[in-house]
Design a protein around this ligand. Structure first.
Ligand SMILES: Cc1ncc(COP(=O)(O)O)c(C=O)c1O
Length: 365
């Protein structure tokens, strides 16, 4: 064992699993679970065994049709989490220069640390609503950059990057021989906008996504990678020596969910739309927080203008029964992430308590 460097870890994930619980939990980023009883599932539709060697054919067909790709450009896997692990493991060798946006989703950094990549960063600026700035990228990309990593929508801010900008990212990367990995897990929440995966913007794009966040289907773990065939082949080889095979009952459930995605989507939309109104009303009343109104996605990432945010977040949890994600997990300690994807009553209760905590802090300050 190599003792000269610490093992890769995601402190955010262990916090989210062990320490985020609260009466009003606004630390989540995925639409609250879709009830199994509302999917037309009969026990005779499920089976323990029966998958195909490299992707269950009915599921591969549906995912390929949804993404507008051939099966040779698709890997089915466990959530966007495993999709990111496969994609990065297929793309990155030890010492490769990988340019990652900041802030970013912490497990992406943990995987790159595990792969011993040389990670460099470009900034998404809070004062610019965390929008992806091509100038920032241009300043940091080098001839050695092998891969650029971005999330669209962005986690934690939910900023959206349009196709035109992404195409230019792709061209900039191509000019130094690099690829672009786009984690699109939150893009599925653009319910009323026509969009297609950035995979179609250029041959150097690799995309990861899943049904987890936008639909409340996290437990089914249906995720995928879109990539050029030679890379897909490599990822299936990595599957061979990691988890080997998928969980067949989950594949069957994913097929049923995909066949009923309209109703699942309608329920998610009916939850997110009033929640977004609620959170925008809250932001309009609280000038202590700096944050653009929410337009997309499941989270916002405000900055606390005065006082120390880490203490505010700790107090919110200890005294006001409300949890949000501390900005330190996104390398932005003066911010915190609020999820707007839970039950509306819980969001309302949590926001009232954030308001009360802000007032309490103002009184002390
Ligand atoms: C940007 C990003 N990618 C991937 C994931 C993991 O997604 P999944 O639940 O599909 O594994 C998350 C979860 O929070 C995320 O924020």
């Amino acid at each position: 064992m190599n003792t000269s460097r610490p093992d890769a870890v995601s402190r955010y994930m262990s916090w989210a699993k062990l320490r985020s619980e609260a009466r009003f939990n606004l630390a989540t980023s995925g639409v609250v679970d879709y009830p199994l009883s509302e999917l037309p599932v009969r026990i005779e539709d499920l089976e323990i065994g029966g998958t195909d060697s490299y992707g269950f054919t009915p599921l591969m067909q549906r995912l390929a049709a949804k993404a507008g790709v051939g099966n040779e450009c698709l890997v089915y896997t466990f959530g966007t989490s495993m999709a990111n692990f496969l994609a990065l493991s297929g793309l990155v060798r030890r010492g490769d220069e990988v340019l990652v946006e900041r802030p970013t989703y912490d497990p992406l950094l943990a995987i790159l640390d595990h792969l011993e990549a040389k990670v460099t960063r470009f900034e998404r600026r809070p004062e610019k609503g965390f929008r992806l700035g091509l100038g920032e990228l241009e300043r940091r990309i080098t001839r050695d950059t092998r891969l650029v990593v971005i999330c669209n929508l962005h986690n934690p801010s939910s900023a959206f990057t349009d196709d035109n900008t992404l195409r230019q990212v792709g061209e900039m990367a191509a000019s130094v021989g690099a690829r672009v990995l786009v984690d699109e897990v939150y893009l599925e929440t653009l319910f009323d906008q026509p969009w297609q995966s950035s995979f179609h913007l250029g041959s150097n794009f690799v995309v990861t996504s899943s049904l987890t966040k936008a639909y409340g289907l996290s437990g089914i773990r249906c995720g995928w990678v879109l990539a050029q065939p030679e890379l897909v082949k490599r990822m299936w080889e990595i599957v061979d020596f990691t988890y080997g095979s998928p969980v067949h009952p989950a594949e069957l459930l994913a097929v049923i969910a995909l066949d009923n995605l309209d109703r699942v989507r309608a329920r998610a939309r009916a939850l997110l739309e009033p929640n977004r109104e609620l959170i925008n009303g809250f932001l309009a009343q609280h000038s202590e927080l700096e944050c653009e109104p929410s337009r997309f996605g499941t989270t916002i990432f405000p900055r606390l203008k005065t006082g120390r945010a880490p203490e505010f977040v700790a107090r919110l949890r200890d005294e006001f029964e409300t949890s949000v994600v501390p900005g330190v997990f996104f390398e932005s300690p003066q911010h915190f992430r609020i999820g707007l994807c839970g039950a509306t009553e819980s969001l309302r209760g949590g926001l009232e308590r954030i308001g009360a905590a802000l007032n309490a802090m103002a009184r002390v300050g």
